[in-house]
Design a protein. Structure first.
Length: 371
């Protein structure tokens, strides 16, 4: 089995889909590992750090006879054209944003495993790149918040009096939100969390945070949240506004699968915030959780700073690559066996992670989207 790992080409993408320890494990599986020259350079992994890996500067030559092509971001169309029919692509895809590429993968008879489709079940946790990358983002959001504040987070007793700890409010307590709470707390802030899934109360409290209870229960399918009714939104605003206005840092992470980011902070709520406070909007990729958010920009609205970074995991490229490569390896291990590729379509993880196979789009949500 030939596995080819590409150098990422998208702007601001520093991650790489393979790290040396995982390359060794792939070799032990009996795979022949090939990589594009310089693929790990952005995360301080020079070609020389990889043992038993063959390097090639030409990505088209690299993928032409590869059985498995691995990357972080979806590959350029030219790569898909060069891949052999029946080969496997494994990367993040997000078909709703990559309609043309998805059609091309289908028409070229590529079997695509889209990392964002890995089911959120216990057995697939080790393959769950959404979670590994979100955990890093949540951690980093707290640091971004802290460094945009002209105040400190912990209580500090000094010769001229004591400084009160900063208040951090985290809105959306999924994987990223819980890490943000934990990190802000470690930095000494007073922490509060809010979500529309009631089970997050206990999770927030176990991290030393206060739960802002709005009484709204918007549990949707598969452990995710659903969209809110106007009545629910009003009910939430009546409780949460006070906490927004007391916060020094707000970190928002709310997402609903397949939908634009829900707006959790209105313009009026921002206008009522404390001077000097900061919002870190981790939902920028989906349009943002704050009405003022400009994805990818840091803006000033009155005395409030709104930071909306894109691709936060890439900013922590070394650890993000390490975790991502391990997630991918655990998935690859399901189908690379005894020196060959064997796809077991009765395996839930294989079936649910697949986006295209054998000339068809096999993921239901993507089927509805792409005719
Ligand atoms: P996500 O990125 O889809 O959403 C982030 C958070 O935003 C969620 O907690 C969601 O409830 C919240 N949210 C949505 N709308 C909101 C609103 N209007 N106001 C406030 N909050 C709102 O979530 P995620 O981090 O990917 O995790 C989603 C769920 O999946 C969690 O229950 C998590 O524990 C679960 N999960 C399970 C596994 C597993 O069992 N293998 C792995 C990862 C995650």
């Amino acid at each position: 089995v030939k596995i080819a790992v590409l150098k990422e080409t998208r702007a601001n993408e520093k991650r790489v889909a393979l790290v040396p320890a995982v390359a060794d494990k792939l070799s032990k599986l009996g795979a022949e590992v090939h990589m594009q020259t310089g693929a790990g350079d952005a995360v301080k992994l020079p070609d020389s750090a990889f043992k038993n890996v063959k390097f090639s500067a030409d990505p088209l030559a690299l993928v032409r006879d590869a059985d498995v092509v691995a990357s972080v971001q979806p590959p350029d169309p030219g790569i898909v054209e060069a891949m052999k029919p029946g080969a496997i692509l494994i990367s993040f895809v997000y078909a709703h944003k990559e309609v043309e590429l998805t059609k091309r993968l289908r028409d070229r008879h590529i079997t695509t495993f889209a990392m964002e489709l890995v089911p959120r079940i216990t057995r697939a946790q080790a393959m769950d790149a959404l979670s590994s990358q979100a955990a890093l983002s949540g951690y980093y959001a707290a640091l971004i918040g802290a460094t945009h504040l002209a105040r400190i987070l912990p209580m500090m007793t000094t010769a001229v009096g004591s400084i009160r700890p900063a208040r951090t409010l985290v809105m959306g307590l999924g994987v990223a939100g819980l890490q943000a709470l934990a990190t802000a707390r470690r930095l000494g802030a007073m922490t509060e969390g809010y979500d529309v899934r009631p089970e997050t109360k206990e999770q927030a409290e176990s991290l030393g945070a206060k739960f802002v209870d709005t009484g709204v229960d918007a549990r949707g399918a598969g452990g995710y949240a659903r969209e809110l009714t106007q009545e629910e939104k009003d009910k939430i605003a009546s409780v949460v506004t006070k906490h927004i206005q007391q916060a020094d840092i707000i970190i928002t992470t709310a997402a609903i699968p397949g939908r634009p980011s829900p707006k959790l902070i209105s313009k009026a709520q921002v206008d009522g915030m404390k001077a000097g406070s900061v919002i870190v909007d981790l939902a920028a990729e989906g349009g943002g959780n704050c009405e003022y958010t400009q994805p990818g920009e840091t803006i000033q609205v009155g005395q409030v700073t709104i930071v909306a970074p894109l691709n936060v995991p890439s900013m922590l490229g070394e650890h993000a690559s390490e975790l991502y490569a391990k997630n991918q390896f655990n998935l690859i291990e399901l189908f690379v066996k005894d020196g060959g590729v064997k796809l077991d379509w009765t395996d839930e993880v294989v079936a649910k992670t697949a986006l295209t196979h054998d000339g068809k789009i096999v993921n239901e949500a993507a089927q509805k989207l792409i005719a």
